[in-house]
Design a protein around this ligand. Structure first.
Ligand SMILES: [Zn+2]
Length: 278
């Protein structure tokens, strides 16, 4: 470690930054759960508050940023858990003994998965995003939480449905009681996709239901990650009143959000964080 001084941040600039993670009113009303979505924050650290350690990003800078955001959200950065995200439908149940996996620079991640679930307090789940949709999940009855990373491949693979099924299998979760928050993602108007995506989505939900997420005008297809994943959550048994949407487009809102399409592949990543407080 490089010591306690945030060497890339001038104290005056850091002091004036207003670190306010995005949160869901629906989830914020739940006792025993803490959550937040970090933002792109120009001037914070060397890369505008990037959370990711993946090359070519500055790992030590990202660790300082993680600590700042964790303080703002009220979780312990040394109990963060991350995975290798591969646009799959893989779900990982995270145990208390895995808290800290992938947290600090050099710490091995908890494996490879695009959804993480836990029912153990103090395990801080983190997924990272730049256009791909973050979904935060809460079972308020049999307390458990989850986080999902859903780009188009993960959506077509139904990672959201897999996460709900895993909550049920591992913790006895009733999907009808699950609360879901769909955070910032690239919106349909900004997300043109190819026929392969259109066909894959129709293959997942059926041609008659493909309009839940897929739009066409002429030969052009666009894909709405939030609408598509809402559809998948409903199919998994989540109640429509239990789904909250941020309504934020990462590409349009590029000043505040990292966007792969808007800023290129080397841009940073924002984090979706959730934990049980016990
Ligand atoms: Zn947009």
């Amino acid at each position: 470690m490089t010591g306690s001084v945030p060497i890339t941040m001038a104290p005056t600039a850091a002091a004036t930054l207003d670190l306010r993670p995005l949160s869901s009113p629906l989830l914020s009303a739940q006792p025993g759960v803490v959550h937040g979505i970090t933002r792109r924050q120009p001037g914070l650290g060397a890369a505008d508050a990037n959370m990711s350690y993946t090359a070519p990003r500055d790992i030590e800078d990202a660790w300082r940023v993680r600590q700042r955001w964790c303080a703002a959200i009220g979780v312990d950065p040394d109990r963060l858990v991350t995975t290798g995200q591969i646009h799959s439908n893989g779900v990982l149940r995270v145990r208390a003994g895995q808290a800290g996996a992938g947290a600090r620079p050099g710490a091995a991640r908890a494996g490879v998965a695009d959804a993480l679930i836990t029912n153990e307090p103090g395990v801080v789940l983190l997924s990272m995003h730049a256009d791909c949709l973050p979904i935060l999940l809460v079972d308020p009855v049999s307390p458990a939480v989850g986080v999902v990373h859903a780009g188009w491949r993960g959506t077509v693979a139904n990672v959201a449905g897999a996460a709900i099924a895993a909550l049920t299998a591992e913790f006895g979760t009733d999907p009808g009681r699950v609360l879901a928050y769909l955070g910032p993602a690239i919106a349909a108007d900004c997300y043109e996709v190819g026929a392969d995506v259109a066909e894959s989505w129709a293959g997942r939900v059926g041609v008659a239901n493909a309009h839940h997420g897929l739009r066409s005008s002429g030969s052009r297809w666009t894909f709405d990650l939030s609408a598509a994943n809402s559809r998948l959550l409903l199919e998994a048994g989540v109640h429509p009143r239990h789904i909250d949407h941020s309504g934020i487009c990462t590409r349009c809102g590029g000043a505040d959000w990292f966007s792969h399409r808007g800023q290129g592949p080397a841009t940073g990543r924002f984090g979706a964080i959730i934990a049980l407080t016990g």
